[in-house]
Unconditional design. Structure first.
Length: 359
């Protein structure tokens, strides 16, 4: 097993260090190599995704990624911004399926912005298509408008598009995931307005014919945004396009209390994957040693399960996380009265101790 470790910027380096400690505590056989990515790589090599980093990621069985970005890079041209590194990795590794579980841990029910009874026991899985849609569709750019409301004015445009095979493969993944869980898929679209998403709806319906044991429901994205805060437990697996998935998965993240708790996996067709916390580089708290490392530690667990065939080791990490939460340890983002506030490093150490204790 070969793991590429790409910490990135901001809190990325702090939280990845903790996840690596936890991986090492499992005493598994794996090789790992670390490389710069994002702003850190830009500073050293003048590019957010240097050839050497990309090659390391390509050669590995899995990539553990921290986060990239900082406001200080906002003035760089788009191709040199740190965020291009993650887009480039997704594209070059063919990572089209993004899994974002939103799980409300029993111990954190009160950290949610919703009433405890709405989120207690919440366990939903958002599957976002990651390499298509308006984020990658061509053509895009700026020009002088020849028609529309203001002919002659400067305008900008992007293109929303999905091909049938792109929709089919993500639909299969969603139905297969639902089979192992609550046996329900909600496909989120905007078929009432967008041709791309009428097509999405038609193709998902067609694929569903092969999964009669799974229930399929279609929902418009605006309604899905409402239902997620009204009755989130009604969802099991949610499958949607790149842009809607981006927004809905952040919304779902908030239901669970903190984005600092949420892992993610991005997979290619051979289950090779990139694993990263759902949050960004959090420049507002970077360097302070207070970031929550659990999203990254849980991402490492997903990596063991999906890409490295080590489900048992993944279970050990997940139960270690539950036990440190039960013991009352909390980083600042999930702290509440009566619990013990700990640093990034203390939280990592506690998970390491729990993993060792359980072995
Ligand atoms: P963000 O997720 O970095 O931060 C949002 C808020 O959540 C901040 O208040 C932050 O302090 C808090 N937060 C995030 N992770 C946390 C953790 N582990 N523990 C405790 N608190 C945490 O999103 P934001 O502020 O929109 O973006 C900051 C930078 O990150 C930008 O440059 C953005 O482009 C980049 N970004 C990178 C991503 C990636 O690397 N995949 C994803 C999202 C944003
Ligand atoms: Mg986002």
């Amino acid at each position: 097993m070969k793991i590429a470790i790409l910490p990135g910027d901001g809190i990325g380096t702090e939280i990845v260090a903790e996840a690596v400690k936890v991986l090492k505590a499992l005493d598994l056989q794996f090789e790992s190599e670390q490389a710069l990515v994002g702003g850190a790589a830009y500073e050293a090599h003048g590019h957010p995704l240097p050839e050497s980093t990309l090659n390391l990621a390509k050669a590995a069985d899995a990539v553990l990624f921290g986060a990239v970005g900082d406001w200080k890079y906002d003035k760089l041209e788009r191709a040199l911004r740190p965020e291009q590194a993650i887009l480039g990795l997704r594209k070059h590794l063919g990572l089209f399926a993004n899994f974002r579980p939103a799980i409300c841990y029993e111990q954190l029910t009160h950290a949610s912005s919703l009433k405890p009874e709405l989120v207690a026991g919440l366990d939903i899985l958002i599957i976002r298509e990651l390499t298509g849609d308006i984020y990658f569709g061509q053509p895009r750019g700026r020009r002088v408008a020849v028609d529309g409301h203001f002919p002659g004015a400067e305008e900008a445009f992007d293109t929303m598009r999905y091909s049938k095979p792109e929709i089919e493969r993500i639909a299969h993944i969603a139905f297969q995931a639902a089979r192992k869980r609550g046996k329900k898929v909600t496909s989120v679209d905007k078929a009432n307005v967008l041709e791309t998403f009428q097509f999405w709806k038609d193709v998902v319906t067609e694929v569903h014919a092969q999964y009669s044991d799974v229930e399929l429901e279609h929902m418009y994205v605006d309604n899905a945004a409402m239902q997620l805060v009204k009755a989130p437990k009604k969802f099991d697996v949610v499958v949607t396009g790149n842009m809607f998935g981006d927004i809905l998965s952040d919304e779902a993240a908030m239901l669970t209390g903190s984005i600092g708790m949420l892992p993610s996996a991005s997979l290619d067709r051979n289950n090779k994957g990139l694993y990263e916390p759902s949050h960004g580089s959090a420049p507002d708290i970077a360097g302070k040693g207070i970031a929550n490392p659990l999203a990254t530690i849980l991402s490492a667990a997903m990596m063991l399960r999906f890409s490295l065939d080590q489900a048992e080791a993944a279970d050990r990490i997940e139960s270690a996380v539950r036990s440190v939460l039960s013991a009352g340890l909390r980083t600042a983002d999930i702290w509440s009265e009566g619990t013990q506030k700990v640093s990034t490093r203390d939280m990592g150490d506690a998970v390491v101790a729990a993993v060792r204790g359980a072995s």
